[in-house]
Design a protein around this ligand. Structure first.
Ligand code: CP
Length: 299
């Protein structure tokens, strides 16, 4: 069965194919309604963008949708996620989109499934591959190639599944990735250079800002005057290259990682990212259900 759990499981060609498919869908919306196909959206953590853009993508593809959450599903009675997924498979559901707090748990769940595809919509501090693919799609609309593109990801790297997925994917595509982060929020398991925010703004083609993931911090809060030291201020934005762009997966904490007025500035593509999320998620669903990925999840 095919799943999308990690950007590390995709080849460069497969990532490029996702971008191509999203572009085709966006250009002519040339998608045929699927035969009756059930999708279950399981969101055990809050979401505005991912949940609703999957819902719209599924509706545009003609799918039937079942919503599960942590309040009115049997997860509240202690049923494991693995058993929940097996139950949906037994009911005849073909696709499960899952957001939940345990890093890496979907990998194990995927191995026991034979007719249900899983999409990781964010697992703890692990990965967020569909956010990464929509970020890549957004970048692909601005620059002719990823090769040697300079991308800086700034913020709470250690707790960010978006940073991890994007670092894996961008390196695979030939981009040069740097991180900006306070020392306690660095992640030494990803071999990427750390630079200052001032350096990042001068040299980058893409500056991607991250929200501080307070809900995942065991100790320690915000680091000093975060905006001045690690955030995007108007002064820094003025030193960016003329054709550089600003990304943020959102939700944005205005005035913390980015000065509020910059969210809508000329360089910002933050709301474009959200719009691109719908077509990219349509492309992801189509690709998975057609069985076009190579990675095998083995028992
Ligand atoms: N970017 C993102 O995952 O947003 P949501 O948490 O609103 O889904």
């Amino acid at each position: 069965m095919q799943h999308l759990l990690s950007m590390n499981h995709l080849t460069k060609q497969e990532i490029e194919n996702f971008i191509k498919t999203a572009r085709t869908i966006e250009c002519d919306r040339g998608t045929l309604p699927m035969e009756q196909t059930f999708a279950s959206n399981i969101f055990l953590e809050p979401s505005t963008r991912t949940k609703n853009s999957f819902y719209i993508a599924e509706r545009r593809l003609g799918m039937d949708i079942l919503d599960l959450n942590g309040v009115d599903s049997s997860v509240t009675k202690g049923e494991t996620l693995e058993d929940t997924l097996k139950t949906l498979e037994a009911l005849g559901v073909q696709l499960a989109v899952v957001r939940q707090p345990e890093t890496g748990i979907l990998q194990q769940a995927a191995q026991g499934l034979s007719s249900l595809s899983i999409i990781n919509a964010g697992d703890g501090t692990g990965e967020h591959p569909t956010q990464s693919l929509l970020d890549l799609y957004t970048i692909s609309k601005e620059f002719p190639s990823f090769e040697n593109l300079r991308v800086t990801i700034a913020g709470d790297i250690k707790h960010s599944r978006v940073a991890r997925s994007n670092a894996y994917a961008l390196e695979k595509l030939g981009a040069k990735v740097s991180f900006v982060a306070p020392v306690p929020w660095r992640d030494e398991s990803i071999s990427t250079d750390y630079i200052t925010m001032d350096e990042a703004c001068v040299q980058s083609d893409v500056v991607m800002l991250l929200r501080i993931q307070h809900e995942r911090h065991v100790i320690g809060g915000q680091q000093g005057d975060y905006l001045q030291e690690f955030g995007l201020t108007k002064q820094r934005e003025q030193r960016m290259k003329d054709d550089a762009i600003i990304l943020h997966p959102a939700p944005v904490n205005r005035g913390v990682e980015i000065e509020s007025s910059l969210v809508e500035c000329r360089k910002s593509r933050i709301f474009d990212q959200m719009a691109n999320g719908v077509v990219m998620r349509m492309a992801i669903i189509q690709t998975l259900l057609k069985g076009e990925l190579a990675y095998e999840y083995k028992n």
